[in-house]
Design a protein around this ligand. Structure first.
Ligand SMILES: [Zn+2]
Length: 260
């Protein structure tokens, strides 16, 4: 017998609670803006997926051979794979475990996580087959939503556009800011960090970013970030110009007090 019931859990997070940004990915299912990582698809799961894919490829080959020879359809090997379904289940389970642990270790915080778009998923999951990315990467934000609702935690979806290419320090956006999958190294200000941590920090600051939230599409987000980068550059040049002047003022005021 299955018994189901509805329960409304009120949000218990304080409005002033510290903000944790969550970046979603395959190499690390979850990376938080305070530098923690939970779960991975690499390692055992990836090995299993590779083996399973090989097996299915061989099966498909055999199937087409038999088809050519005129074997009746019902005697052909099936194309659905039991091991694939089992693997999918295991991936989901490890995602659930990762999300659970993340919530446990961030009690009393409010969360910001990615509004995953199909476009960014395609970019993030280029090495994976379509089925895996469609059903599992998308399972991570779903699981975050479910956990937040269940536990009464304030969790907000924010726009993910360019969050992995934007420099957290100077807002410069460039695909080349990532020399490899793991590393973020800004080509302008040379801010260096783990790529997922840089992204999760961007996501955290997007929580209260009204201007970014009102952007209608990726182009508008990019234009906004570019404007911010220009502002950053101006601020930097002002600092460089003003520093000696300020020092001079400080020195002369000191001198005058000495005299006084
Ligand atoms: Zn930078």
């Amino acid at each position: 017998m299955t018994l189901s019931y509805d329960e409304t859990v009120a949000v218990q997070t304080e409005p002033s609670a510290s903000i944790i940004g969550i970046d979603v990915g395959i190499a690390n299912f979850i990376t938080t803006s305070d530098g923690k990582q939970y779960g991975t698809f690499n390692g055992k799961l990836r090995e299993r997926q590779k083996r399973d894919r090989e097996k299915r490829r061989r099966k498909a080959k055999l199937r087409s051979c038999l088809e050519k020879k005129g074997t009746p359809k019902e005697k052909l090997p099936s194309t659905t794979s039991v091991t694939e379904q089992r693997l999918m289940r295991h991936v989901k389970q490890s995602i659930n475990r990762a999300v659970n642990l993340c919530f446990k270790e961030h009690e009393g915080c409010q969360l910001a996580y990615e509004q995953l778009s199909v476009a960014s998923m395609r970019h993030k999951a280029c090495a994976m087959n379509a089925y895996m990315r469609a059903s599992n990467l998308a399972h991570i934000p779903d699981q975050i939503t479910w956990n937040a609702t269940k536990r009464g935690v304030q969790a907000t979806r924010v726009k993910s556009a360019y969050s992995s290419q934007e420099c957290h320090v100077c807002h410069y956006v460039d695909r080349k800011n990532r020399p490899n999958q793991q590393t973020f190294c800004c080509r302008v200000c040379s801010h260096t960090a783990h790529a997922d941590i840089n992204a999760s920090q961007n996501i955290a600051s997007r929580l209260s970013d009204v201007e970014l939230r009102s952007c209608q599409n990726r182009q508008e987000v990019k234009a906004l970030l570019l404007r911010r980068h220009e502002q950053w550059k101006q601020k930097c040049s002002l600092v460089v110009v003003q520093a000696p002047v300020q020092l001079g003022l400080w020195a002369s005021s000191r001198a005058s007090t000495d005299v006084g």
